[in-house]
Design a protein around this ligand. Structure first.
Ligand code: PSV
Ligand code: MN
Length: 473
């Protein structure tokens, strides 16, 4: 793996901490970090945070230059929403609290099982992935966390990774374990399954990998483990349905018993792929049953793309919220299946309806208080992954904002009267509201760009990444 280098100066490692305890902690980390830099003869990865600070000052200029455009956009929203008696302050406050986690694994170009077309300047390791995530967070102001994948994101020095993320204003969210492929040096193969394998030694190895990923994540401040399995079969008769599910439950319980008390375990389901006939955890019902048997801190994770065409995902979300078993989301969109497309790109109305269920369950609270993990998990095969991630953040913010605008009283009245037409009109009125001005206001108040994608292109972020990563490679 290549190791891009930025010269470590005292200035670049000065802790921005405010209180003494934090400063002490920073100093300890800094000392260890510098020792390591010395040990490796300065040939160690150090984050080029100058790039990010450079962008910050450009953002200030951009905000001033686009002031009148913003005022016009915001005035449109104010005019329309005030007419409907909506209190914008409350909406803006809720919107400001809506935050997303970015998946480390989606910053490099995705691919299909046929091929992958790499993107110039794409990140080469977890440090560069975090750097790309910081850029998305900076421009959108709403994605301060990164979800990790293990062992893909394994590093020899987790402390330096944590330090690197903190310097860029980021935290880590869920740890996702990977037993859907074999890893270098691994003793037994997962070809015929992992946590549900017929052989107990393979199951134990997979349990071990999950616990290892928890240990790694714990040091980074993660508080949840997402288990998604490829376990299943391609041919009728190949795998015993009941036995495989029993093994799944048994393995989950073993993992659950050993995760830290402040951690949650999320079970992610998927109907097919890589198994094409039967998947052990194929739908929300399987996940729910398993979560219920495993324990209180075990919840269901809904990946939007993991449903068969036509599934009513918003109803699934409502049911899980009602049963207090929803853990969080992997947001994306799909035309046929899986997480191939970006959230809201195919069916923005469905995304809005899902958000509407979240807002409905939150009641007077904000969605942020529901204790759900809002993660993105999508594959960027054609568009620039950073741009597509920015686009996704904007799409999710707009969907959430529209859901906040639903006239709950009018909807409930229409539902009680069985007035289908009026109920639908209430939803459509919110869905069609001009929310861009509100979303831009909240974003800019958090230091983001008026138009993040235009900013990303105008400041030639991608070509700078290409140049830097080429030079340092
Ligand atoms: C599987 O399709 C999935 O949605 C799971 O969340 C994985 O962890 C992720 O994609 C990356 O492969
Ligand atoms: Mn997923």
């Amino acid at each position: 793996m290549s190791v891009p280098l930025q010269k470590v100066t005292d200035k670049s490692v000065r802790p921005p901490a405010k209180d003494f305890a934090e400063i002490r902690e920073w100093n300890k980390t800094r000392e260890r970090f510098l020792t390591r830099v010395r040990e490796l003869g300065n040939n160690v990865r150090v984050m080029a945070s100058d790039f990010i600070s450079g962008l910050k000052s450009r953002l200030g200029q951009d905000a001033r230059a686009r002031k009148s455009e913003f005022a016009e956009l915001y005035a449109t929203a104010v005019y329309q929403l005030n007419k409907r008696g909506i209190k914008l302050e409350r909406i803006e406050k809720q919107l400001a609290r809506f935050e997303l986690s970015l998946p480390s694994w989606a910053f490099a170009a995705g691919g299909t099982r046929f091929f992958r077309f790499p993107f110039p300047g794409e990140p080469r390791d977890i440090y560069e992935k975090v750097e790309d995530a910081a850029m998305v967070n900076l421009l959108t102001g709403m994605a301060p966390r990164v979800a990790l994948h293990y062992p893909w994101d394994k590093t020899r020095d987790p402390k330096s990774l944590l330090w690197h993320a903190k310097r860029l204003g980021l935290w880590f969210d869920a740890m996702n374990s990977n037993t859907f492929q074999d890893h270098p040096g691994q003793k037994l193969s997962y070809k015929s399954g992992s946590l549900c394998h017929s052989d107990a030694s393979v199951r134990n190895q997979a349990i071990g990998l999950n616990l290892e990923s928890v240990k790694f994540g714990d040091g980074l401040g993660c508080k949840s483990l997402v288990v998604w399995l490829g376990d299943g079969s391609n041919h009728p008769g190949q795998m015993h349905f009941r036995k495989s599910f029993d093994r799944y439950l048994d393995s989950l319980k073993k993992i659950y018993r050993r995760i830290p008390a402040d951690w949650k375990l999320f079970l992610e389901y998927k109907p097919f792929e890589p198994a094409f006939y039967y998947t052990v955890n194929f739908d929300w019902g399987c996940s729910y049953a398993a979560a219920k048997q495993t324990g209180e801190r075990c919840r269901v994770l809904v990946d939007l793309g993991h449903h068969l065409p036509g599934a009513n995902i918003e109803a699934v979300v409502a049911r899980l919220l009602q049963l207090k078993k929803l853990g969080g989301f992997h947001f994306n969109d799909s035309k046929y299946g899986d997480d191939d497309l970006n959230a809201g790109s195919i069916n923005p109305y469905r995304l809005f309806l899902i958000m509407t269920e979240i807002v409905d369950a939150a009641g007077e609270k904000s969605a942020a208080q529901l204790d759900l993990s809002f993660m993105i998990d999508q594959s960027h095969n054609v568009k620039d992954p950073v741009e597509e991630m920015i686009q996704t953040c904007e799409e999710l913010a707009a969907a959430y904002c529209r859901a906040l605008l639903v006239d709950r009283e009018a909807l409930s009245e229409a539902q009680e009267k069985n007035d289908a037409l009026m109920a639908e009109r209430v939803l459509k009125e919110a869905f069609e509201s001009p929310v861009q001005g509100l979303v831009a206001k909240v974003r800019m108040e958090k230091g983001g760009a008026f138009d993040p994608i235009v900013f990303f292109r105008k400041t030639r972020c991608r070509s700078q990444l290409i140049q830097r990563r080429k030079k340092e490679g």
